[in-house]
Design a protein around this ligand. Structure first.
Ligand SMILES: Nc1ncnc2c1ncn2[C@@H]1O[C@H](COP(=O)(O)OP(=O)(O)OP(=O)(O)O)[C@@H](O)[C@H]1O
Length: 439
């Protein structure tokens, strides 16, 4: 399985440097066969393709292998006319519960593959409820949260589950960008009624990144009518966004109020335990056994974006495989050394609190403790803000660090400082000074 991981990483790199046409023509048909003595073996469909790839893309592939940490970047092309299908989480398996190709659901994004933690349990419960009785539980279900925290995953999970339970239901997943582009094209090509029919005839509509509808009047108008038609027919709508409806500026109020009709629920950054569980699940998914200390090390480096967390795991696996070494914490540190600088890796929240305490003439325990004295409230909020800014800790972890406070308290503190420094240049200067002293 590791060759797939290595190859996925190489592909990601290669894709950024060549055109889509080149990619589809030459790279899509290559299959990773194995890593033998540190050399990546690749299967190509014909000797012509092999020669062409060797001549035009060898340097690029080697570059990608070096970036992955291969000490000696080697690969070998072998002609394998009947290429085995690449086993990867993103390949569409024959059991994929897709109801129809249009639904475009990622087969990996199921409830079974979703780790439930404190950060997402409400969103998960709401998604399960919606999947059990679409159109009747919460409508619309509005999921919001930061980048890479599982909003799309949960939406697709509802899609898979509904497709399995109710095979007759029509499911449509669309990003707001695609919705907008399709609308524009349909107007240009005089096919708006076709566009309307398609979106208004579904049973479950999943719309990703709805915040991008802000400022797009025509799209908002069209979506408003789509929403009404579906809602009145008791069809389920799920929306995802990076912020709650009230914070989507230039959103028509009639749409905003509709978005608030159902349930609005957020997904926070996962705590350390949940991050380790996600990594464990990911490695099991690939039939790989990774030492606990390696998983923990990775989970400590990447705290807020699960996509990056998974990327870091892939990188570590690829690095070990290409260099023919056993996975260990030391190897993980090496593999990730150019992704995370030493200062980011080693920063401790204690040092931040110490810096803030010294600046304000307080004791560190006072800042971390439960006391509510006026003089400690602002320094404590600054400490929370700075920890979030310069360490990789999640909101729940920061809350825990400050005498077991709730993550919402931390969020409130961070927002308060963010707002305050916009108008208070003295405070901004104080924070800069503290930051410099800590570093
Ligand atoms: N709780 C979880 N358990 C397992 N995997 C998860 C979980 N949350 C997120 N992931 C994984 O993290 C990656 C990013 O998730 P996803 O694309 O759903 O994030 P998102 O919130 O929609 O991000 P964006 O804001 O960029 O659209 C995916 O590979 C997803 O499978």
């Amino acid at each position: 399985m590791t060759q797939n991981t290595v190859w996925q990483n190489v592909l990601e790199y290669v894709r950024q440097s060549i055109t889509e046409v080149e990619y589809h023509t030459w790279f899509e048909k290559i299959r990773p066969l194995g890593v033998v003595n540190g050399s990546l073996e690749l299967g190509v469909p014909t000797s012509f393709a092999g020669d062409w790839i060797q001549k035009h893309y060898a340097a690029l592939i080697q570059e990608a292998l070096i970036r992955l940490g291969a000490q000696t970047p080697r690969f070998e092309l072998k002609v394998t006319p009947a290429n085995p299908v690449q086993e990867d989480i993103f390949s569409t398996s024959t059991q994929t519960p897709l109801q129809e190709p249009r639904a475009r659901l990622n087969p990996k994004y199921t409830f079974e593959n979703f780790v439930v933690g404190q950060n997402n349990n409400l969103a998960h419960a709401a998604a399960v409820a919606v999947a059990e009785s679409p159109g009747y539980a919460y409508n619309p279900l509005f999921l919001y949260g930061g980048v890479g925290l599982g909003k799309t995953h949960l939406m697709h999970a509802v899609g898979h589950s509904v497709a399995q339970r109710f095979p007759e239901k029509k499911i449509e997943y669309v990003t707001t960008e695609t919705f907008t582009n399709e609308l524009i094209n349909s107007i240009r090509e005089d096919r708006t009624s076709e566009f309307r029919d398609r979106y208004r005839s579904v049973d479950l509509l999943l719309v990703d990144d709805i915040q991008f509808i802000a400022g797009k009047e025509r799209t908002q108008d069209e979506f408003f009518h789509t929403f009404n038609a579906l809602y009145e027919a008791r069809k389920q709508i799920i929306l995802s966004s990076d912020r709650p409806p009230k914070d989507i500026l230039t959103l028509e109020s009639r749409l905003r109020s509709r978005f608030e009709w159902g349930l609005i629920t957020d997904i926070q950054s996962p705590d350390l335990e949940t991050r380790v569980a996600i990594l464990k699940m990911n490695s099991e998914f690939r039939n790989m056994r990774i030492p606990e200390e390696v998983l923990e090390y990775i989970a400590k480096q990447v705290t807020s974006n699960i996509r990056e967390l998974e990327g870091a795991l892939m990188r570590v696996i690829a690095y070990a495989s290409l260099n023919g070494v056993q996975l260990s914490k030391q190897i993980a540190t090496k593999a990730l050394s150019d992704v995370f600088t030493a200062s980011e890796v080693n920063f401790s929240p204690e040092e931040v609190v110490k810096g803030v305490a010294e600046y304000y003439g307080l004791r560190a325990e006072e800042i971390r403790g439960a006391g509510r004295r006026k003089e400690v409230v602002l320094p404590r909020q600054i400490a929370m803000y700075l920890i979030r800014d310069i360490t990789h800790m999640s909101l729940p972890e920061i809350g825990q660090f400050f005498d077991g406070r709730d993550h919402t308290t931390v969020l409130y503190a961070i927002q308060k400082i963010q707002e305050a420094i916009e108008s208070d240049s003295n405070l901004l200067q104080s924070i800069k000074t503290i930051k410099e002293r800590i570093r």
